[in-house]
Design a protein around this ligand. Structure first.
Ligand code: MLT
Length: 329
């Protein structure tokens, strides 16, 4: 070994020691100021609703305010890029869904790597999607919709919260399964898309029950079906899309929390504990249940479970999206 190599080794050792000491010193005082939880889509939409539900409870557990910050754009990749580049000090986290697994296939030039630029905190909850029409839109059920879609194709307006959004993923699979193309209308999230659907400016929307269930129960939209493999206990009369003839159609939206790579493990552990506390909070459990979502089991409320699931989801959606020929530069 040369002197330079051995000096380098000592430097690396010293910097590791500094990191460990900084990490534990930080962990003792953490958190000492408000924490930002970055949401990739518009306020009022499903990701935002889940984030705000958790943030309110985590604020109690952490003794510091968890501030929800909406960073919109490019199907969630703007927010992920902001968090990937933020200081790894435990004061910036990202909440995101399947978009973390689809973005690496959808974007040729993604300014971050979902597998190497993040530390993982926890899986959170799974949410079914519903496929809806505006009250002003003619079809009354899925069979009528399929017939109408085949005849009218691109005259139909479909919401699109960007490449990487689950509304967009669902729309892509729907168009493939029916064999027709709709006109996609861009939104910064399905919160504003729902407002357009209720106002009749939008014809159809695929969106999570965390936003759609109250509108369905209030009979403000037409419900054509659910995207899960089996019917939902919360909407027992709604057929699955697979039941309505769209073979093997299935999307479940899963959510996780991420931190910038290099966030000290003690800090991740403290934040993870706050997530687990929130997922046990009766008010959170009730709200999540009322919105048709399912909290992941405690054995999945950890960094390793999120990392493993993300990898498997990249493997699942990559080939499907490549086959659909979708990407952005
Ligand atoms: C949202 O929170 O607005 C939605 O999750 C966006 C999407 O369709 O992915």
């Amino acid at each position: 070994m040369t002197i330079a190599q051995s000096l380098r080794g000592m430097l690396v050792g010293a910097s590791l020691l500094t990191t460990i000491m900084t990490g534990s010193a930080l962990a003792q005082t953490y958190p000492s100021k408000p924490i930002s939880l970055v949401v990739p889509f518009a306020a009022g939409g499903p990701t935002d609703v889940l984030a705000r539900t958790l943030a309110a409870s985590m604020t109690k557990s952490l003794g510091q305010t968890v501030v929800v910050e909406n960073r919109l754009g490019a199907g969630g990749t703007v927010a992920a890029g902001v968090v990937a580049k933020a200081a790894p000090d435990g004061y910036t986290f990202l909440i995101h869904h399947n978009g973390m697994a689809t973005a690496p296939t959808l974007y040729r030039k993604l300014p971050f790597d979902v597998l190497t630029d993040f530390s993982y905190v926890s899986l959170l909850a799974d949410v079914p999607m519903t496929f809806l029409g505006s009250k002003k839109f003619p079809p009354n059920n899925m069979a009528e919709f399929i017939q109408y879609a085949k005849a009218n194709g691109d005259k139909i307006n479909l919401a699109n919260a960007g490449l990487g959004a689950v509304s967009q993923l669902c729309g892509t699979l729907l168009q493939q399964a029916i064999g027709t193309g709709f006109t996609s209308i861009p939104y910064s999230g399905t919160g504003p898309a729902m407002t357009a659907l209720l106002g009749g400016q939008l014809d159809i929307l695929c969106d999570q029950t965390t936003q759609t269930l109250p509108q369905i129960k209030a009979d403000k939209v037409k419900l054509y079906g659910v995207t899960t493999k089996n019917r939902l206990a919360s909407l027992p009369d709604a057929p699955t899309l697979a039941e309505s003839g769209l073979k093997d159609f299935e999307i479940v939206v899963w959510h996780g929390i991420y931190a910038p790579k290099g966030t000290p493990p003690e800090v991740i552990a403290r934040f993870n504990q706050a997530v687990k506390d929130a997922l046990k909070d009766p008010a959170v459990i009730q709200k999540i249940q009322d919105l048709g979502a399912v909290i992941v089991p405690e054995s999945q409320q950890n960094p390793a479970a999120l990392q493993a699931w993300l990898k498997s989801e990249i493997g699942k959606w990559g080939p499907l999206l490549k086959a659909a020929g979708q990407y952005a530069d």
